[in-house]
Design a protein around this ligand. Structure first.
Ligand SMILES: Nc1nc2c(ncn2[C@@H]2O[C@H](COP(=O)(O)OP(=O)(O)OP(=O)(O)O)[C@@H](O)[C@H]2O)c(=O)[nH]1
Length: 311
């Protein structure tokens, strides 16, 4: 990552560019949808529930000889617990390390308190910044222009994009622009990688998504899924073992369900999707365990790649 803003030098023959773009935005702005749209593969989990993104997930896009590494930051929100503070700290850490910070705003919401707080913070960051107004499929154009002006009055953006992450409208312009902004340097990832997120973590996110789709009213947000084992068999299929961690015995019973029905249904759904993404047959084994005070255990969020917040 470069300390200085990249210069617009002519590309020597055979030279490559590579850089980091931090996607910053309020929960539900559409960051995961945008990363998925950019990368073309489901690398980060989209959900109607806010704060789905629990760790930094990168999507790689190659454009005009430049490798652009998108850092999908967790939603910036008012942190209460230690875990939440760690997530926010990680999000801003990722943003200030990046070559370009991309602020994604749900245009429908406009400059609400969340977005104003982010803009204030962004104004201080000594980085190139772009503004992406998302969800234009739900809005009229004149309102978008007014919103862009309002945001630009607070933060100096190098460029403003108006897109629909959902339909893909306008999305291609973003990597086309960013490719020229990346500093000269070798690619950091193999050419055909779409994500440096290991398959294990992706599989855990998929199961977690299925778990919450069923039980979002009954489970605390802190429940997690970990992939303990990913074993490729001689026939190419994979034996995958995952543990669902909950905070209390009562929650364990809910996840398991009557006669194991609930966990079985979650497993069936998750197995289908993991198989599709892994492009092989997956045999999924789910275990449910109680881990108390999960949300306050520093070891847990260190394992997830989260930083300690600077107090
Ligand atoms: N109409 C419309 N909906 C969108 C668009 N982009 C995203 N959404 C929806 O907005 C919701 C939130 O999208 P996500 O991609 O999960 O948002 P996020 O910013 O990654 O959220 P966190 O991971 O929780 O921070 C989902 O229901 C998406 O389908 C868009 O361009 N148009």
């Amino acid at each position: 990552m470069s300390e200085d803003a990249p210069e617009h030098e002519d590309m020597p023959e055979g030279a490559t560019r590579c850089g980091f773009v931090a996607l910053v935005g309020a929960p539900n702005a559409g960051k995961s949808t945008l990363v998925n749209q950019l990368v073309g593969v489901k690398v980060s989990i989209v959900s109607h529930k806010v704060q789905t993104t629990r760790a930094l997930i990168r999507g790689l896009v190659v454009e005009k000889g430049a490798q652009i590494v998108f850092v999908d930051t967790p939603g910036i929100f008012a942190p209460k617990r230690r875990l939440d503070r760690a997530m926010v700290s990680t999000a801003w850490g990722g943003a200030t390390d990046a070559d370009v910070i991309a602020l994604l705003i749900d245009a429908r919401k406009g400059l609400d308190d969340d977005n104003l707080a982010i803009l204030d913070r962004l104004a201080e960051a000594p980085r190139r910044k772009i503004l992406i107004l998302n969800k234009i499929d739900t809005m009229q154009r004149d309102k978008l222009l007014a919103l862009a002006q309002e945001a630009a009055a607070r933060v100096s953006f190098d460029r403003v994009f108006m897109i629909s992450a959902k339909t893909g409208d306008g999305v291609k312009d973003i990597p086309a622009y960013l490719a020229d902004e990346m500093p000269l340097g070798p690619w950091l990832y193999p050419a055909d990688d779409v994500s440096d997120l290991p398959m294990r973590a992706l599989a855990a996110e998929i199961t977690r998504e299925k778990l919450f789709a069923r039980l979002h009213d009954e489970l605390p947000y802190a429940s997690t899924v970990e992939t303990e084992k990913w074993e490729v068999r001689p026939d190419g299929s994979a034996r995958v073992e995952q543990t669902i961690y909950v905070e209390r015995e009562s929650q364990k019973r809910i996840v398991i369900g009557k006669g194991g029905q609930t966990v079985k249904a979650i497993s069936t759904e998750a197995r289908k999707e993991i198989s599709e993404i892994a492009e092989t047959t997956v045999h999924l084994f789910l275990f449910v365990k109680v881990r108390e005070n999960w949300g306050d255990d520093p070891e847990r969020y260190r394992e997830m790649g989260l930083e300690f917040p600077k107090q």
